[in-house]
Design a protein around this ligand. Sequence first.
Ligand code: ADP
Length: 452
Amino acid sequence: MWKRILIANRGEIALRIIRCCREMGIETVVVYSKEDEDTLPVLMAGKSICIGKAKASETYLNQDILIDCAKKTFCQAIHPGYGFLSENAKFAKKCEENGIVFIGPDYRIIEKMGNKQAARELMIAHGVPVVPGGEGLADTFEKALEDAGRIGFPVLIKASAGGGGKGMRKVYREEELEQAYLSARQEAKAAFGNDDVYVEKLILNPRHIEFQILADKYGNVIHLGERDCSIQKRNQKLVEESPSVALDENLRKEMGEMAIKAAKAAGYDSAGTIEFILDERRDFYFIEMNTRIQVEHPVTEMLTGIDLIREQIRSAHGRKLSLTQEQVSFDGHVIECRINAETSGLVKMLHFPSGYGVRTDSYLYNGCTISPYYDSMIAKVIVKGSNRLEAIRRMRRSLEELIIEGIQTNEGIMHLLMFHKNFVKGDYNTHFWEEHSETLLQWNREGNADDQ
Ligand code: ADP
């Protein structure tokens, strides 16, 4: 195994990787911005290098500095975490050219799957179901109109280079198409420097179901079950759980096999995620592949007992997968809540939940400061129960134990969400937040979660 790796990230994921490396006997180097000077990853890594003031473009996204730091400190590999450069094919290529292993898939795969339209075509060619859509890109408005006409409204305009819901527009009527088409292109251009868009059917009331994949460089691919990530606020996931109440054994098996097929079609060789949407008739469609470790990976770790970061590092190093599909087992029910900061500043008092079946992944400590510069996600509370209701009850009591004073967070709302009858029944889809957030906010104002 490698002696030392560089972590090109910050916050909870940098800490998660440091912890894993320590257990594997790998030394760590983290790079950081001055803004992050007093954060836990910087204090806990074997070595920490300050690479700039605050701006992500000058620090965590600065490819040349990162490679330079890795070389100077004799790191043999770079772990990119999620976000930042984790799905940047150019950076992965640059690592390779400099004799440093990028801990993720081959850069050609990142490139291929980073283009949603190309990924879609690849899936079609391999018999993986995709959302009904236009043929190729909608490079003119006339083509978008023709595609939409063929598919039938409502449709979704999507940016090929898209991510985080950017460059995406729902269109319910033909009259709205032109405006939506132009603004989607504009937004995509600004966010990704690429304004390619395409049209697909807007699936009504879908659930977002994704499968965790593990693969090695020898063609072995397994899946570690699904995560239901339908509770999203403006395309940002808030709650993830596994197993999904929307799947039965047959559908789980079918989707799992399709996820493996999709990963094989991509020639995949690392930890990754195949995202599907599931419609009301329980038909499912591939929407995209994420070629990195995801925020919600602990859900799968708690359910299967498999350390995904460890497997990802081993695979990048050229080790074979340490288990077969038959050896993967799923135990109980896991729920994760993301805790987001709504303001920045000093954390005056902090207490994390613990006890049986509870895990908190975070980089906060008493007296730390939350920076306004980066991702607002500051903690993930993950609980496991022997069944779903037990997990929900454990999450309620965990969020009751969680104390973050000095800044505002969504903690109260997440706690109330665990009491909402639709959530408790498992009766939800990606519109849950739009439909029910007002109720949750009202309960929050009234300070009452009883008997819901
Ligand atoms: P991004 O990469 O920008 O996050 P995705 O393709 O993953 O974009 O889609 C983000 C979210 O949008 C999904 O989680 C899903 O809820 C919704 N979505 C995507 N495609 C469709 C579709 N065809 N119909 C309905 N909802 C969709």
